[in-house]
Design a binder for this molecule. Structure first.
Ligand code: ATR
Length: 278
């Protein structure tokens, strides 16, 4: 019997996850099926139920994308520490009597930075742009890497301040620096080694009011959006930064989910190359 997995979202047609997991399964010799399921905006739990009840093989897990990550968080009967910190779940594992919720987004970002881009967040001055779900999901994994500094900057300054305070309250700041929050105006005169764009501005083609000085020497600029050149990427390039988009994070968060489910860590480089080639 083939173990079954699926990604749930709305919309879901654009999802690369079925292709990524099929490539992981072929590479590691794992016998799984993985499909994309469009769930009704108000029917996430029902869609999960239907998936578990249907099909030939056992349903073993699911990935969850926009707009269901918060609902998956509530639906999970157990949650990992990183899912708790993120306030969102993107990976569910179906066990005998439990539905375990995890969040692999932050780990995916950190792995992409360290292993694919040669940019270890440890000791770096990090600027995180945005204070929504995407930003929240990566803060704990970044702090665990012990950067020199973590500043959260957001269009709405209060949201950044609130988010920073929430993580500053973690015991010992999870081993990292005490994060701080500001509006974009607070970036004047500041300089960073790693600038991560977790805003959704790029999706609407909007640019961010960043002083060019924020991109320090040998700075890496990371755009979480993928598949397009965003104004942030252009700004960073013009300021001399090394620029990456979020495709590597997408593949790495999938690899982390695959590892949780199957206990095997797939090699991501060939999968990333295959996605870039098409
Ligand atoms: P996500 O889950 O992608 O993080 P979200 O929770 O809606 O989505 O958060 C969107 C983030 O992008 C927020 O930080 C938002 O800033 P505000 O808190 O001020 O709304 C940011 N954002 C969206 N469009 C933006 C724009 N045009 N300029 C600057 N920031 C923008």
């Amino acid at each position: 019997m083939t173990d079954r997995y699926a990604v749930f979202g709305n919309p879901i047609g654009h999802s690369q996850s079925p292709r990524i997991h099929a490539l992981f399964a072929a590479q590691t010799g794992q016998d799984i099926s993985y499909q994309a399921i469009l769930a009704d905006k108000h029917g996430f739990a029902a869609a999960i139920d239907a998936f578990m009840a249907s099909g030939a093989g056992p349903a073993k897990g699911a990935n969850v994308t926009v707009p269901f990550k918060a609902e998956a968080f509530r639906l999970a009967t157990q949650r990992t520490a990183r899912a708790e910190a993120a306030g969102a779940v993107n990976t569910l594992s179906f066990e005998q009597d439990a539905m375990i919720g995890d969040n692999t987004d932050g780990a995916g970002l950190v792995r992409d930075l360290k292993h694919n881009l040669g940019c270890d967040p440890g000791g770096r001055r990090i600027l995180l742009l945005g204070a929504g779900g995407a930003a929240r999901g990566v803060i704990l994994p970044l702090l665990l890497e012990r950067p020199a500094d973590l500043l959260i900057a957001n269009r709405t300054a209060e949201t950044a301040a609130r988010l920073a305070l929430e993580f500053a309250r973690l015991p010992d700041c999870a081993g990292g620096p005490r994060p701080d929050g500001t509006g974009f105006a607070g970036l004047a005169g500041r300089q960073f080694d790693l600038v991560i764009n977790a805003t959704s501005a790029g999706l609407s083609g909007a640019s961010l009011p960043l002083p060019p000085g924020v991109f320090g020497p040998r700075c890496v600029a990371y755009e979480m959006v993928y598949g397009r050149e965003t104004p942030f990427m252009a700004q960073a390039r013009a300021a001399g930064a090394r620029v990456a988009d979020g495709l590597g994070m997408l593949v790495e968060q999938a690899a982390e989910a695959f590892f949780i489910w199957r206990g095997v860590r797939p090699r991501t480089a060939p999968v990333l190359a295959a996605l870039k080639g098409s």
